[in-house]
Structure formats: structure tokens, C-alpha cells
Design a protein around this ligand. Structure first.
Ligand code: IMP
Length: 427
């Protein structure tokens, strides 16, 4: 009963989509377990290039069941459009399912995400404004509407009437904007219900059955561990847990089923949105990384902040997730640099520390302590065997492995499936 959780080890955008697309070939189920359409998983395969926001990255294999788990918040309009676009490009979605327990993003969530961000002014979190935070807030506040509620339109109307009355007070009295119309929202969601009903079911049983048959299940993380509300750079985080433990909860499986936890890291660091990032480079090196890697948000198009690999942060996320293996992506982006830096500690005020502080004011004061390694200055994106990598690239990877404290299993040298080096088996 192997389960592999594919988890972002940094601030998201590590290339989890590519890794899941690769591993899904042997999987019977892929479950997206957290986040919402704030995520943008890029997959390049024989069907073309795709930017998936809600549909799991295993969708390209006919034999693989794809589940949007209970831990995801779903904007039904976005999901319907994503399904439509996949179908138009020849990708079958007959094996896609939605947990009846997954919460829905409602129009007031999207409105409030924007209004709350604007009211934070200089302290804005830089959210994707997709309504994800407000939807998770309502989940915790017991004011959510779930996918299963779409299956009973009478109950949906009652629930919506009750919640919308309250939301309209906030919209009109606090933010002084127009209220939302119950009829309009209800009618829209009834239409979404017609389209999505065939996909909605109790999905945790499907996962349980596959595991009992000894089949491979993948848990597809969204965002990255440093955006976790507990362990990330709070309050500059997302609002659901991208950690492996969040995977059990968001897919509906017991933690004792989870035996392989693959941490995905870029060979450098990026972050999009506000909040501290100790190795951020605001110079030509950072710009060069951004332009070479086209580091612009998949969901929002915002330029990503780029910097050297932060091994202090990586060791921390490896520990809290319990990574059993690591995938290093986008190694080829570093092909041109004569020298490479890895952050191995922080200078905090006058002290040297080797842990990731909980306090963001402390993290903002942390100055990276770098170790320098020679670059390889040779193209790597055609290489698919570890032994054929330049010696400096192998040294760089070996040093990352040592600092993270976890074996490197996969190395990606480009977006396509075949641009992958399988160093050691994952299972
Ligand atoms: P939210 O999840 O839209 O509320 O945004 C909260 C923070 O998480 C912001 O800094 C976003 O830029 C960041 N974020 C959310 N989703 C992603 C993602 O998929 N990749 C990278 N950053 C993300």
C-alpha cells in the first residue's frame, strides 16, 4: 500500500506538477489535498503545456483516478473551465472526482480577499486574491458551503440564505460595497451543481480501497512548506497546510499509511507575495535567475522574488515533513553561473544561528551566511543520467543532500518528462 506525498519544500512553485505528472504513470490515484486555485501546476507532456489550478497533475493518464480532496477549496467556475479546456485539448476527465467534503469558494470570498488586502494597505499579504483565505476562514468558522451541498438544492438555498445575510452585512457595513443577490448566487451555483454533480462523491473510501489492493496513491501538495500557517512565515502564509501531515488530513487517509514523503526543491529559491526571504537577491543575479527560469507566477503573473538556495530553511522543512527523499528541480537554470552560493546559516543581530526562526521580525533581520561552490558553466538540460552531469553539478547536489539531510532521488533539468535524472528509486 505505497503512498507517496509530493510536498513543496520552499515557498511553492517548486515544480511539484512535473514530478506528479512523472510519478502518476504508476499510480492508480492522485489526490490534490490542500489549497485552491491559488496554485498553478505547470505540466509539459506529449499533450502540450498545461497550467493546472485545481485538477490533479495525474489527469494525463487514462488509468489514473484523480481526486480533488476534502482539504481543497474549489471555485466551481474555475474547475468547470479547467475541465472544459482539458477536454478541448483531448485530455479525458472521466476519472476525475471531487470530495463531497471539499469546501466551495463563493463570490463573497473573492470579494473579501481583495477588500481585506486593500484594507491592509502597506501590510498586504500579497495573496492571489482567489478567495482562498476567506474560504478557509469560513471553513473554520463553520460558515462554509461544501461540494456535497450542491447535491441538495433546497438545503443549498437555505444554507446560502443564512450565510449570505451575514456576509452582506460585512460587505455593506464594513466595506461599504454593494450586497450580493441571493437569487443570482443561488442560480449560478445551481448551474455549477448540474455540471459538477457527476464528479462529487465520498472519495476517501476510493483511496482506502486502492490502498487495500496494494496500489500506488500519490498525494499532490500545493504551495510550499514555508507557506504553512503553522510553520511558515506567518502571517505571510497561505491558509491551509501544504505539509505531508496536511496531506493525510486533506485526502482522508490515516498518517500510518504515509510511507514515502518526497520533498520538492528548486536548485535555488523563489517566493511570490510578501514576507521575509533571507536569500532574496535584488541584483543582476536575481534578475538573471528570474529571466532564465521565467519566474513569473502561474496564477497571477507576478514576478517571483529569486535568490540562492536556503539550506537552513530546507533542513527545517525536511524535518517538519519527515522527507524520505528529495527532488531537485530546475538545476539547468544554474548552468551559466561561475560561482554558486548556498545559505548555510543566518546572522541574527550579533549571533550565528542555524535554525529557521518562528518570528518574522527576527527572520527579516537574518542575514544569510553563504558557502560558495564553483559553477559548472555547461548545459545540462539534455542530460538524463546522473553520472553524465558535470562534476561541479554533482558536488552542488551532494552538498544540498548533506545540508538538507535527505537523499536526492530525482533531478529535473528541464520541464519535459524526459528531462529528468532518476538518481535513486523513490519506492
Ligand atoms: P493566498 O493563498 O492566495 O491567500 O496567498 C497567500 C500567500 O501565499 C501569498 O504570498 C501568495 O503569493 C502565496 N501563494 C499562494 N499560492 C501559491 C502558489 O501556488 N505558489 C506560490 N505562492 C503561493
Amino acid at each position: 500500500m505505497p503512498v507517496i506525498a509530493v510536498i513543496g519544500g520552499q515557498w511553492g512553485d517548486e515544480g511539484k506538477g512535473k514530478v506528479v505528472d512523472l510519478l502518476a504513470e504508476k499510480a492508480s490515484i492522485v489526490v490534490r489535498f490542500s489549497g485552491g486555485d491559488n496554485a498553478g501546476h505547470t505540466v509539459v507532456n506529449p499533450y502540450g503545456e498545461f497550467k493546472l489550478h485545481l485538477v490533479p497533475s495525474g489527469i494525463f493518464y487514462r488509468h489514473t483516478v484523480c481526486i480533488i480532496g476534502n482539504g481543497v477549496v474549489i471555485n466551481p467556475a474555475v474547475l468547470i473551465s479547467e475541465i472544459g479546456q482539458l477536454n478541448e485539448r483531448g485530455v479525458d476527465t472521466a476519472k476525475l472526482f471531487i470530495s463531497d467534503r471539499a469546501h466551495l469558494i463563493m463570490p463573497y470570498h473573492i470579494l473579501l480577499d481583495g477588500l481585506e488586502e486593500e484594507s491592509r494597505a502597506g501590510k498586504a499579504l500579497g495573496t492571489t486574491r482567489k478567495g482562498v483565505g476567506p474560504a478557509f476562514t469560513d471553513k473554520a468558522a463553520r460558515l462554509g458551503i461544501r461540494a456535497g451541498d450542491l447535491l441538495d438544492k433546497k438545503a443549498l438555498l437555505e444554507r446560502l440564505r443564512f450565510i449570505l445575510e451575514y456576509k452582506n452585512i460585512i460587505l455593506t457595513k464594513v466595506y461599504e460595497v454593494n450586497p450580493l443577490s441571493l437569487d443570482e448566487v443561488y442560480n449560478d451555483y445551481c448551474q455549477y451543481a448540474e455540471r459538477l454533480a457527476p464528479y462529487i462523491r465520498e472519495t476517501s473510501i476510493m483511496v482506502e480501497e486502492a490502498l487495500n489492493k496494494g496500489e500506488l496513491v500519490l498525494l499532490e501538495g500545493a504551495q510550499g512548506s514555508l507557506l504553512d500557517p503553522d510553520f511558515g512565515t506567518y502571517p505571510y502564509t497561505t491558509s491551509s497546510s501544504p505539509l505531508a501531515s496536511g496531506g493525510c488530513l486533506g485526502a482522508g487517509i490515516s498518517p500510518n499509511r504515509l510511507n514515502h514523503i518526497l520533498g520538492v526543491f528548486k536548485a535555488y529559491c523563489t517566493r511570490v507575495g510578501s514576507g521575509p526571504m533571507p536569500t532574496e537577491l535584488k541584483d543582476e543575479v536575481g534578475n538573471l535567475i528570474r529571466e532564465r527560469a521565467h519566474e513569473y507566477g502561474t496564477t497571477t503573473g507576478r514576478p517571483r522574488r529569486c535568490g540562492w538556495f536556503d539550506a537552513v530553511a530546507a533542513r527545517f522543512t525536511s524535518r517538519i515533513n519527515g522527507f524520505t527523499g528529495v527532488a531537485i528541480t530546475r538545476l539547468d537554470i544554474l548552468d551559466v553561473f561561475p560561482r554558486l552560493k548556498i545559505c548555510v546559516g543566518y546572522k541574527l543581530d550579533k549571533q550565528t544561528i542555524n535554525y529557521f526562526p518562528a518570528s518574522i521580525t527576527a527572520l527579516e533581520r537574518c542575514q544569510p551566511i553563504y558557502e560558495e561552490l564553483p559553477g559548472w558553466q555547461a548545459p545540462t538540460s539534455h542530460i538524463n543520467e546522473y553520472d553524465k552531469l558535470p562534476p561541479e553539478a554533482k558536488k552542488y547536489l551532494a552538498r544540498l543532500e548533506e545540508l538538507i539531510g535527505c537523499p536526492v532521488k530525482l533531478i529535473c533539468v528541464g520541464p519535459r518528462r524526459e528531462q529528468t535524472i532518476h538518481k535513486t528509486p523513490i519506492l
